[in-house]
Each structure stands twice: as C-alpha cells, then as structure tokens.
Design a protein around this ligand. Structure first.
Ligand SMILES: Cc1cc2nc3c(=O)[nH]c(=O)nc-3n(C[C@H](O)[C@H](O)[C@H](O)COP(=O)(O)OP(=O)(O)OC[C@H]3O[C@@H](n4cnc5c(N)ncnc54)[C@H](O)[C@@H]3O)c2cc1C
Length: 282
C-alpha cells in the first residue's frame, strides 16, 4: 500500500478556508483555498473535497507542488455536492482529505520531450504537471500541449494556455495547440478539429517522448491509436483515469479496475500496466 500522506488520518478532513472563487465557464469555477498546513502533493494527485451534511467527491489538484498551504481546484457543477460548492464564497470553509493517488513522478520526465493531450476538464489535473515542467526549463525537453474542448465558451485556463505558448525558447521549445470541435459562432483564435488531429503532424522522437493524456473516455482510444501509429510505446504514455470513488485509500472497492484501485494505484497509470485490463479503458 502507498504511504497515505494525511495529517490526521485518512478519514479526517482538514478545514480549508476559501480565498477565491472565480467563474471560468458556465459550468466550471476556479477555487483557491488555504489549508491549515501545506498539502505536500505530487502532480496528478487528488483530494476528497467535502461539505458537512452534504457529501464528498474526488477533485483533482490543479496546481503544481508548492511549499505554501494553498490548493487550487476547478469544480464543474455536476450534481448534489458540486452545485452547493458553486454557491460558496470566500471566507467559507470546505473539508479536504488527501492528497491521494499515485500521481506523476517528475523524475520520470527529466530530459524527455513531453506531450500533453487534454480534452475539456482534463487540463485541470494535468496543469499540476505542466506548471513544474514549464518552471524548470533546464530539466525537460520540448513541451507540447494539445488542448481541446467543444466550443470556445468551454475553454479552461485560456490566458494560461496563451502565456505558456510564449514560454518557449531555442533551448526548450514550447508548443501549444488549442482546438475546439465547433466555434459556435464565437470568436476563436485556435484551430477547429478534434484534439487527436494534431498528433499525426507532431515532430516526435519516440525514444525521448513521454505523453500524458487526460480527457473524456472516448479520447483515450483514438489518442492511443494515433500515438501508437507514430511509434510511441505504451510504456511512454500515462493516462489519468476517472472512476466513481468513495474512500480514496483503496479500501472500499468502489473504483476498482480489475485488481487495481483507481484511487490508490491511479488515477495516473502508465499505459502498459493497464492496457490489457478489460475494465480500464472503456
Ligand atoms: C480522481 C478524480 C478526479 C476528479 N477531478 C475533478 C475535478 O478536478 N473537477 C471536477 O469538477 N470534477 C472532478 N471529478 C469528478 C467529480 O468527482 C464528480 O463530478 C463529483 O463526484 C460530482 O459530485 P456531485 O455530488 O456534485 O454529483 P452527483 O450528485 O454524484 O452526480 C454527478 C453525476 O454523476 C451521475 N451519477 C451519480 N451517481 C452515479 C453512479 N453511482 N454511477 C454513475 N453515475 C452516477 C449523476 O447522475 C450526475 O450526472 C473527479 C473525479 C475523479 C474520480
């Protein structure tokens, strides 16, 4: 069992004070909260976020590792808990358990070119890996971020995507490709098409390229097909999977994928470790 990095036991939430709530789209809000102590998380991990008497849900940590006690999240209004979370204001409190999950190990990416392929909310967890990689240009190779959503109104972190595209240099190029399925008659300065479309034209050296994927289930199948066609081995692809989960520590079995639990063995999995599991990439 992985070490459970919780301050007072895995089931006791810490109370975090909301510092900022900002609407990003019609369905998603950005939350910045202050915990009693630093979270000490790895990229790709998540927390169990709760409101007393209402419920608890897994929510990705959207910021890179940091020394202070700040946690950033993006929450989609999806149901009973998240609709109440959307009504909260700065100064109010939420419960936070975690961090949970395997996450990414930054050292795996040292010296590699990194390709991020994200659909919709998928950018939220992968931002926690993008931030530290972009902040340390000497440690990583070429960074490519392909980010897609349905319409311009649904794009998350637009200003950051635009600023990331300006962070490259000769030594460490950064390429950001933003796509929508449909402009829906809104102004749009990116491309139109599926998030998987640019893969065919990427300049990639399969030996030194690692890929991180996060998006809707249908995206994985087609992205993996395109990447495999370009010679990227399954051992070079990381997928961030989502399952309904309850405990966060691999005990309740809600999020089981064959013999693995998504909350503890995942949600980030190296593709070669799960590709043959019947329940993994449905
Ligand atoms: C590791 C991980 C990370 C996540 N990160 C984020 C994040 O960063 N931001 C974010 O917004 N969301 C994230 N999610 C999804 C989020 O946890 C859910 O949207 C949340 O649980 C919804 O809670 P709720 O009580 O508001 O909605 P619910 O009332 O639970 O309803 C949500 C939706 O699920 C359906 N549903 C309810 N119960 C079931 C069931 N048993 N089986 C199938 N469908 C059901 C409902 O009909 C509804 O459409 C993440 C999930 C996981 C597993």
């Amino acid at each position: 069992m992985n070490a459970i990095a919780c301050h007072d036991g895995p089931f006791l939430p810490q109370m975090a004070r909301i510092l900022e709530v900002t609407a990003m789209t019609a369905r998603e809000k950005f939350f910045r909260v202050a915990l009693p102590a630093p979270l000490g998380h790895r990229p790709g991990q998540f927390v169990m976020l709760s409101l007393l008497g209402i419920g608890e849900a897994p929510i990705s940590i959207s910021c890179g590792p940091r020394d202070d006690n700040i946690l950033e999240m993006v929450i989609r209004n999806a149901g009973s808990l998240t609709q109440v979370l959307h009504r909260l204001q700065p100064g109010q409190f939420v419960g936070v358990r975690g961090p949970f999950g395997s996450g990414f190990h930054l050292a795996d990416f040292y010296g590699k070119d990194v390709v991020f392929i994200v659909g919709g909310l998928g950018l939220v967890p992968l931002r926690s890996l993008i931030q530290p990689i972009l902040a340390q240009p000497d440690l990583f190779g070429h960074v490519t971020i392909i980010s897609g959503c349905r319409t311009p109104a649904e794009e998350l972190y637009r200003e950051e995507l635009q600023s990331w595209s300006r962070m490259g240099g000769e030594r460490r190029p950064v390429t950001v490709i933003r796509l929508v399925d449909d402009t829906a008659h809104l102004p749009w300065d990116g491309r139109i098409g599926l998030v998987t479309a640019p893969i065919a034209d990427l300049a990639m050296d399969p030996d030194r390229t690692l890929v991180a994927l996060c998006g809707p289930p249908v995206m994985y199948k087609f992205a993996i097909m395109e990447l495999t066609g370009r010679g990227i081995a399954h051992s070079h692809i990381f997928v961030d999977l989502e399952r309904r989960m309850k405990c966060g520590i691999g005990q309740c079995g809600h999020c089981q994928i064959n013999h693995l639990t998504c909350c503890q063995d995942g949600p980030v999995f190296r593709l070669d470790r799960i590709v043959d599991l019947q329940e993994a990439l449905q």
